[in-house]
Design a protein around this ligand. Structure first.
Ligand SMILES: *[C@@H]1O[C@H](CO)[C@@H](O)[C@H](O)[C@H]1NC(C)=O
Ligand SMILES: *[C@@H]1O[C@H](CO)[C@@H](O)[C@H](O)[C@H]1NC(C)=O
Ligand SMILES: *[C@@H]1O[C@H](CO)[C@@H](O)[C@H](O)[C@H]1NC(C)=O
Ligand SMILES: *[C@@H]1O[C@H](CO)[C@@H](O)[C@H](O)[C@H]1NC(C)=O
Length: 434
């Protein structure tokens, strides 16, 4: 009886201290994560010396209403711990278009039998919520994105279904966007018998399957230890806070960013017609560039920056849950960055992933040792510098300056500097220092 009571008091005081210096829990859990022994239950004794140091008079504290509240919080925390001890991780790879997110998504898609991976499920949500103006109501879509992601991480497809057009019948659909990009949706267990004569825009390539049965997908998802979803549609990390706080989930956010000048250069190639005026203007034409596009560029940069700033500030709700990765670092050091991402996620880095990376990056081809892999890849990574006119690079620098700065992308001050191969525009920068 007495021991029980003492333990309760010990917990209570520990929690009071945690309230005051609310980083203790995260320090403790960081340590647990570091030791890679998430199974270790939180021992009361591990708190007692901390609290003795901080508050020797703890024994005089009395039970009161705050105690009940603390106890409930503790229960919540234990519940959370329990989820963690089961080791199930929920990865959200958040990016914007043309940042190499499909490639990086493969790091998780290739993980193997333990992972349920979804590629851009929010495509359906965005499509459904697109207004006549061509845009979306940011508030409404943010909420829908959040709710759909939350359900999907719990293997529940019902809300997503309501956004699929045409609406699935009996949970069967032929229209799931890029089904074949999720190996989880083309596995034997999710592959219903092939039906002749049914047209499927997005069909499995690894085997012949019938239309996607989302009940089967959900069952398969529940069997997998980890879930990962890649999306280029979430604009503000903060909108996903309820997922981080959901005790049923152990969410890890990976934000992928890329030099906005490179993103624009890539867009100018992909959507050449849209940027005709920009090119003419850059070449000395006098038609000013489209304000709307500049506004969009700025909006994107600001959103990316705001999300990263929140992540890097490490508020309580994001502690140990946020990682920032630059595309340029992944392109130059794919194996190292992939293993870092896996370590962050708390998932073993499998041989399948390693061999996929070897096969799909220049790392493998460079066996002669004549060229340094890194140098070669960095040339690939900085190729955009030869396709973007200097005047347009300047526009991006003006509009996205703080974003470039935050991520360590060097400004160019002249055409010569832009195209000078000997000057890298990627500063060495370490994020996520624990
Ligand atoms: C415990 O968690 C539940 C649901 O996650 C929440 O509604 C409740 O407010 C939490 N209680 C405390 C004391 O934090
Ligand atoms: C956007 O959606 C929110 C919530 O659904 C609504 O309250 C708001 O009026 C909408 N805004 C516009 C501009 O339509
Ligand atoms: C979809 O899969 C579930 C679970 O395996 C099964 O019960 C259901 O009959 C399937 N639906 C159809 C239309 O085949
Ligand atoms: C980079 O590597 C690729 C593939 O290995 C090779 O074709 C190319 O010539 C290399 N480029 C340079 C500049 O070394």
């Amino acid at each position: 009886m007495r021991i029980k009571y003492t333990i309760s008091i010990v917990f209570f005081v520990a929690l009071v201290i945690i309230e005051k210096e609310n980083n203790i829990i995260s320090r403790v859990s960081d340590k647990l994560a570091l030791k890679q022994t998430p199974q270790t239950p939180l021992q009361p004794s591990s708190f007692s010396h901390i609290l003795l140091k901080h508050n020797p008079s703890f024994a005089s504290l009395k039970k009161d209403s705050a105690f009940t509240l603390m106890k409930r919080r503790l229960e919540n925390y234990s519940e959370h711990q329990e989820v963690m001890t089961r080791g199930r991780k929920h990865i959200l790879l958040l990016a914007t278009t043309r940042t190499g997110s499909s490639f990086v998504g493969e790091f998780f898609n290739q993980q193997g039998d333990n992972m349920f991976y979804l590629f851009e499920p929010l495509w359906h949500v965005e499509k459904m919520l697109t207004l006549d103006t061509g845009g979306t109501n940011a508030t409404a879509s943010a909420k829908a994105y959040r709710d759909v992601l939350q359900q999907l991480l719990l293997c529940d497809f019902s809300l997503l279904e309501s956004f699929i057009d045409p609406l699935p019948v009996d949970h069967i659909t032929t229209a799931l966007f890029r089904r074949e990009s999720s190996s989880s949706l083309c596995e034997e267990s999710v592959c219903s018998p092939f039906v002749k004569g049914v047209f499927e825009r997005y069909h499995c390539r690894t085997r012949r399957c019938g239309p996607l049965n989302l009940t089967m997908a959900s069952q398969s998802c529940l069997q997998k230890e980890h879930k990962a979803i890649k999306s280029v549609r979430v604009r503000q990390l903060e909108t996903l806070r309820p997922l981080a706080e959901d005790p049923r989930l152990d969410v890890k956010f990976i934000q992928l960013v890329r030099d906005p000048r490179a993103v624009l250069a890539s867009r100018m190639v992909a959507f050449a017609a849209k940027y005709k005026n920009w090119k003419e203007w850059a070449a000395g034409g006098d038609i000013p560039i489209d304000d709307d596009e500049v506004r969009k560029l700025k909006g994107n940069c600001d959103n990316i920056k705001m999300s990263a700033e929140i992540g890097l500030r490490r508020p309580q709700w994001l502690r140990g849950r946020y990682m920032l990765v630059r595309y340029e670092d992944i392109a130059r050091f794919p194996m190292r960055k992939a293993s870092e991402m896996y370590r962050f996620a708390g998932i073993p880095f499998t041989p399948q992933v390693k061999s996929w990376i070897l096969k799909n990056t220049q790392a493998s081809k460079d066996t002669s040792g004549v060229y340094s892999t890194q140098k070669n890849s960095s040339e690939q990574v900085e190729k955009w510098r030869f396709s973007i006119p200097f005047k347009i690079a300047q526009v991006v620098q003006k509009v996205c300056g703080p974003t470039l700065k935050l991520f360590g992308y060097k400004f160019v001050s002249s055409e010569e500097m832009l195209t000078d191969k000997s000057v890298s525009l990627i500063e060495d920068k370490v994020f996520n220092v624990l």
